[in-house]
Design a protein around this ligand. Structure first.
Ligand code: NAP
Length: 283
C-alpha cells in the first residue's frame, strides 16, 4: 500500500487531490475509477429521481407488486450504518495510513453524521409504516458503499499542510458542516414531533404541515441541512471524493424535495404559498 502512495514531502501537494496517489498505481485507479463511476451514478440518479420519487414514506404507493419488504428500521441501519460507520472505520484504520489531526477531525465529523443517521435516527423516528421495499435498502446500501469508501480512503490517505487548521477551506468547511448538521437534526426532530403519540393508539401515521424556523421558508429543511453539511465536507476535505458525494446527495435531494413540495400542495389546500421546496427564496 505504501508503495502505491506518493511520498508527499511538500506542503502544497494537498492543493491537488489527485497527488495523494502515485499516478497509474493500483490505488490511483481504484480511487479515481470509483470517483468517475460516482459522477456517472449521480447523473443517472438525478434522471431516475426526477421521473419518479423513490417509493418510501409518503411516496411509497401501491405498485410494489411482489417485491418483498423488510423492517424499515433495519433497512436504514443496513443502508447507512454499515457503510457509514462500520465500513468507514475499517477503511480508515486498515486501508489508510496517514494519521494527523486533520485526518481524525474528518473521521469524527463523518461519524458524527452517520452514527446519528444510521443508528439513532432509525430507532427514534416515528414512521408511517414499519416495512419498506427491499430495493430501497439495496438502493441506499450500494451507492453508500461506493461513496463512503472513496471518502474514507481519501481522508485516511491525505497529507494536509501542517497549518491547514487556519486555511479558509478548513474553517469555512467545518463551519458549514456543523451548521448543516444542526439544521438537519433540528428539522428531522421537528418532523418527529408532528407525530405525537400521546393518546394515538397506532402511533400516529398522519402527515401535518410543519411550521416554524426554516420550515417557514422551505418544505424540506432536513435535506437542505444535509446539503449544507456535505458542501462543508467537500470544501474542508478539498477532495473529488467529497465533491462527487455532494453531487450524489443533490441528485437525491433536489428531485425529492420537489416531489415532496408538490405532494404537500396537493394534500393541503392551505399550504403556505410562498414556501420553496429546498433552497430558501430560490428553489
Ligand atoms: N444522503 C442521502 O443520500 C440521503 C437520502 C435520503 C435521506 N437522507 C437523510 O435521511 C433523513 C430522513 O430522510 P427522509 O427522506 O426519510 O425524510 P422525510 O421524508 O422528510 O421523513 C423524515 C421523517 O419524518 C416523517 N415526516 C415527514 N414529513 C412529515 C409530516 N409532514 N408530518 C409528519 N411526519 C412527517 C417521516 O415519516 P414517514 O416515513 O412515515 O413518511 C419520517 O419519519 C434526512 O435527514 C435526510 O437528510 C439522506
Amino acid at each position: 500500500m505504501s508503495e502505491d502512495r506518493m511520498n508527499l514531502s511538500c506542503d502544497c501537494c494537498w492543493l491537488k487531490p489527485w497527488a495523494f496517489y502515485a499516478e497509474g498505481s493500483t490505488r490511483f485507479w481504484v480511487h479515481y475509477g470509483l470517483v468517475i463511476f460516482g459522477f456517472v451514478l449521480a447523473g443517472i440518479t438525478a434522471c431516475v429521481q426526477c421521473c419518479k420519487p423513490a417509493p418510501y414514506g409518503r411516496h411509497e404507493g401501491e405498485d410494489g407488486g411482489l417485491v418483498p419488504k423488510i423492517p424499515l428500521r433495519l433497512s436504514h441501519m443496513m443502508s447507512d450504518a454499515l457503510p457509514g460507520v462500520v465500513m468507514f472505520l475499517l477503511v480508515f484504520f486498515l486501508y489508510g495510513s496517514v494519521r494527523s489531526y486533520q485526518n481524525y477531525v474528518f473521521l469524527v465529523l463523518f461519524l458524527l453524521h452517520y452514527v446519528h443517521r444510521g443508528i439513532i435516527h432509525p430507532l427514534v423516528m416515528r414512521y408511517k409504516s414499519s416495512w419498506v421495499y427491499i430495493g430501497i435498502a439495496i438502493g441506499g446500501f450500494i451507492p453508500n458503499c461506493i461513496y463512503h469508501f472513496i471518502n474514507a480512503d481519501f481522508i485516511s490517505s491525505a497529507t494536509y499542510a501542517s497549518h491547514y487548521y487556519y486555511d479558509p477551506r478548513f474553517i469555512l468547511g467545518i463551519i458549514l458542516y456543523l451548521v448543516g448538521f444542526v439544521i438537519n437534526r433540528w428539522a428531522d426532530w421537528k418532523l418527529r414531533s408532528l407525530r405525537n403519540t400521546k393518546g394515538v393508539p397506532d402511533g400516529g401515521s398522519d402527515y401535518n404541515i410543519p411550521y416554524g424556523g426554516l420550515f417557514e421558508l422551505v418544505s424540506c429543511p432536513n435535506y437542505f441541512g444535509e446539503l449544507v453539511e456535505w458542501t462543508g465536507w467537500c470544501i474542508a476535505t478539498w477532495s473529488l471524493a467529497g465533491l462527487v458525494w455532494l453531487l450524489f446527495c443533490a441528485a437525491t435531494f433536489v428531485p425529492r424535495s420537489r416531489h415532496n413540495h408538490l405532494w404537500y400542495k396537493q394534500q393541503f389546500e392551505l399550504y403556505p404559498p410562498n414556501r420553496k421546496a429546498l433552497i430558501p427564496f430560490l428553489f
